[in-house]
Design a protein around this ligand. Sequence first.
Ligand SMILES: [Zn+2]
Length: 355
Amino acid sequence: MSSELITNYQSRVSKEEQRVLRRDHVPPGSPSANQGRSFAGLKYKSAVEHPLDIWFASYVIGLVTSALYRTVVLLWLVAISAHSAPLAALIIDGQNNHDWKATTPVLKRILEEGALFAVEVATAPAKKEQMGSFRPAFGKYKVIISNYNGEAWPRETQVEFVSFVRSGGGFVAVHAANNSFPEWPEYNEMIGVGGWGGRTDKSGPYLRLKGGRFQQDDSPGVGGSHGAQHEFVLETRAPEHPIMKGLPQKWLHAKDELYDRLRGPAVNVTVLASAFSDKKTGGTGLDEPLLFAIKCGQGRVFHTALGHSVVSMSCAGFAATLRRGAEWAATGKVTQLAPEKFPTAHRVAMIGTGE
Ligand SMILES: [Zn+2]
């Protein structure tokens, strides 16, 4: 229901009411004050003495009741439409050492499932093309999803993006988006931890599991690595967080890269889930944090280190956490129920054509 329609409607109602008021308002001492009122060319006396006055009173009551009823219905419709209006989301791609042309449509399809999001895509210029023109209108969206790992954005775009997030916008970083922009401090605060791009202990600490929770660890070493791709078990570390609430404690993720040794500012980070990085597959032998919720000013960031390929993204666990993470980033809440189709600790579940 548009505000224009409501305004027109209110204007119509007020005109009706004005007509009622006009015929009720009779100046004291005027001939009609004692003799009756005029309406639509009819003349009649007091409401109790003439059947037409009873009809008139009924008409007024009916009019007011009808107006109230219509107002209530309109407000209800406005409330419904406000609730069901899709959240505007923007995926950014265009450069990535991964197959962004294949994976962006998967991200888009996952987010559009259930009509919770209306998704647009902004494709940045390719390498060595004119990046200066890349200035998405971030303010049009509730959440920005990055499937981007490439050249630095123009300074103005960086400033606008930081302002968007810190003032309450949502951001979702997917997989290699955490490789991006090693030299951009505000971006690294948003993602919490990242990898590659020359990241070292100078980039910030690791997040390591100590005493049952993930804490900063300043040990020296590289920032970012992974072993061979394989299926691995995600373990929930923040079961009461809106993104994770209702999801299984452990679930088997489809074949993917298990990022390890990510590091960065690591402030205001909640580790939502981790996976054991087995040395048998070239890992660290440690629990590696892979899903994160980060507070950044008034804004919220969901960071999933999962999603190397179309296969990895087609995991029902990846899809559900992405969609829930994007909703939390956009609104601070998660209204989605836990999906019926979800991996167990021992069995992978892939999204189908209807997902
Ligand atoms: Zn990858």
